[in-house]
Design a protein. Structure first.
Length: 127
């Protein structure tokens, strides 16, 4: 039996890659971390699917909860939560985005595309 690799630095420094949370492994893959291929292999071992349309940053969720709740309340499907709504409407905005920005349903959506998959960086009400 082989000993699993340990992370050399960062938040989970010294932890075996088999004990690192999925969200961190996905982050490692997305930012092309030095252990990105190891993270991808571990995600595959766990059966985690990596095909993502885009990722939502914590900042985007925070901004939406501070500035876009009125739009969310009027526009959501049934009991759809804010994160799920951001993902649904963000996917639409991503399809409209030019130069990493789009205006959709009265909201400005800002994406970063320099990663393996786009990241929704922030949202703000259109003025």
């Amino acid at each position: 039996m082989t000993t699993p690799m340990r992370l050399p630095n960062g938040r989970y420094r010294g932890k075996p890659i088999t004990q690192v949370p999925v969200h961190y492994l996905k982050w490692m893959v997305n930012v092309t971390h030095s252990m990105a291929e190891d993270a991808r292999t571990e995600l595959a071992r766990r059966g985690t699917i990596l095909e993502m349309q885009f990722e939502i940053s914590g900042h985007a969720v925070d901004r939406a909860s501070q500035r876009c709740l009125g739009v969310w309340r009027k526009d959501r499907d049934g009991d759809e939560g804010l994160y799920k709504w951001l993902h649904r409407r963000g996917a639409e905005a991503l399809g409209l985005a030019k130069d990493d920005k789009a205006t959709h349903i009265g909201i400005k959506w800002v994406f970063e595309r320099d990663c393996e998959w786009p990241i929704l960086k922030t949202v703000m009400l259109e003025k």
